[in-house]
Design a protein around this ligand. Structure first.
Ligand code: S3P
Length: 172
């Protein structure tokens, strides 16, 4: 059963667009961060602070493994760091069609500048952090993706419509 997996940088709109896309396609929606927060009963910030990043990354892999067992069609939005872990890349491909929601640095910095929830962005310049992480990650997203959708300068409605077009030929 094919699923649609949205990957991309923090602030790219994976969760917002994914939820609306799923509604429009009349299929389910899950977000790996939400699944983790629900199971752990604490915010991601607390998980990072108390257990460290490696622990959080293990939880991400557990969630994505569980999703490979599900036969349901759905849109899955995954945390920005999940596709970077090599052990997750095969699992993502196994799940279905991987779409990279791509946004430029300026757009991301604008959206993320006041963020208080994402542990990797706290303290110091958001712009520098985004720039460094983008350098490390962008090529991984690009390599992994079956399709790329650019969201710069698009409204939520426009971006979802573009995504929907990209997904029109996916057979569930
Ligand atoms: C992370 C992205 C976050 C969340 C965590 C780590 C990352 O998800 O999983 O804060 O490493 O890029 P979003 O991409 O949904 O913000």
């Amino acid at each position: 059963m094919k699923k649609i997996i949205l990957v991309g940088f923090m602030g790219a709109g994976k969760t917002t667009l994914g939820r609306i896309l799923a509604q429009r396609m009349n299929i389910g929606f899950v977000d790996t961060d939400d699944l983790i927060v629900k199971e752990e009963k604490r915010p991601i910030k607390d998980i990072f602070a108390k257990e460290g990043e490696a622990y959080f990354r293990r939880l991400e892999t557990e969630q994505i493994k569980k999703l490979t067992k599900s036969k349901k069609s759905m849109v899955i939005s995954v945390g920005g760091g999940l596709p970077i872990q090599p052990q997750n890349q095969g699992l993502l491909k196994e799940l279905g069609c991987v779409i990279y929601l791509k946004a430029g640095k300026e757009t991301l910095v604008k959206r993320l500048s006041r963020d208080t929830r994402r542990p990797l962005l706290q303290g110091g310049s958001v712009e520098e952090k985004v720039e460094k992480l983008m350098k490390e990650r962008e090529h991984v997203y690009e390599h992994l993706a079956d399709r790329i959708v650019y969201t710069d300068g698009k409204s939520v409605g426009e971006a979802v419509s573009m995504l929907q077009k990209e997904c029109a030929d996916i057979r569930f």
